[in-house]
Each structure stands twice: as C-alpha cells, then as structure tokens.
Design a protein around this ligand. Sequence first.
Ligand SMILES: [Zn+2]
Length: 223
Amino acid sequence: MLIGNGMTDKNYNFEYFMNRAYALNRDKVKCRCCGRWLYTGTLYTHRINQQLPINKINKVSNLASMDKGCFELVKNATANISNLETETRKKIESFRKHRNTEGLKEFAEKKNQETIEKVNKTIDKLKRSRTKKINFKIVAEEAGVSKATLYNNDILKECIMSLRAIEKGVFNGDIVTTPKDKIQAKDDKIKQLYEVIKKLKDDKQNLIVQLVEMEEIKDENKR
Ligand SMILES: [Zn+2]
C-alpha cells in the first residue's frame, strides 16, 4: 500500500497512519462507498468529520476507507454522481452531507464560544467601571453583538439577568441585601403555598374516603 503524495500537513501524523490500517480492517478491505476491493492500488482514507481537532480527527471512528474515485467524489461536493449506482450514490451523498453539516456545527460552536468570550470580557469591563449599568442593551452595544444574541444564549442571558438583579438589590458594602418588602412578599407566597398543599391533602383524603365507600357499595351489590 502506498502513502499518497501531499500528505505533509500535521493531520497526517503517526496516529493517522496507524488507524487507517485499523479502519481498513474494520471496512473489510472494501471501499465504504462502492464496495470495491482495496487490495490493490492506493488506499484513500476519508476523514468523516473534517473539522475535529488533531486529537480526534484520526480516531478510527472518524476514518473511512475508499478508493480514489469515491474519495474524490466525496471531497468534491459539486461533482456529478447521478450516473452511479443508487447505493454508492447514497453513501457518497451521506459522506458529503456529514462533512458539511459537521463542519457547520463546529463552525457555529466556535462562533458561539467566541461570542461568549467577547461578552464576558465586556461584562467584566462594565463591572469594573462601576459607572455603567449592566443590562441587555448596554452589554449588546459594548460587545458589538445584537440583543437577540444575548437573549438566545442561555449562559449569557442568565449571567446578565443575575447581574441586573444584583444591581437592583440594595448594596450594603459588598453584601447584597434584599429589600424587606421583597422578603415579606416571599413569606406570603410560602404561606399561600402551604395552604394550597393543605387543601390538596384534604381533597386527597376525601377522595380516598369516597373511593372506599364506592368499593363497599360495589361489594354490597355483588352479594
Ligand atoms: Zn469506491
């Protein structure tokens, strides 16, 4: 088996050359797309998800053995494959799709991570400045992202909402205190909930009594 030319980038490491042999064995020495034997000629090994980091990209599970033709067709997403056998075509389409969707997913995740970092930095800056309020509008403006981005990101939304809540509380040195009327409101709410629970318990008790009575009536009717 030959090692193809141009395999000089960092993804062609020892692990790759070792695992492509394992992958070939798993694939029973056949092309994953068309099923052709790969005993002769150059082995091509496709990386299913091309966006993975170096420690994951060459795992056996991410490798698929192929012949040159199929390998090129997977790589070249616009190449016409309508003349291929249905099964082969489906497999090539699936590899193409996987390659693209995985790529898009990775890209979106990376973008999201970048946004979180950017917004976190902005929040830190705002916290230190102590002059500006922290709310969605200001954070969005300062970080250069849309408000929708902040709302749609659970981590950021929660972070900003909790900071806003702290700001609305009364500062007492570094300790945040909650206004008395808020505590009172909470106490009232708890009391109300206890009453609801008590009522539900009573209802349940009554239902049990009714159920027992009904059973007894049923029994009596049977006799
Ligand atoms: Zn093939």
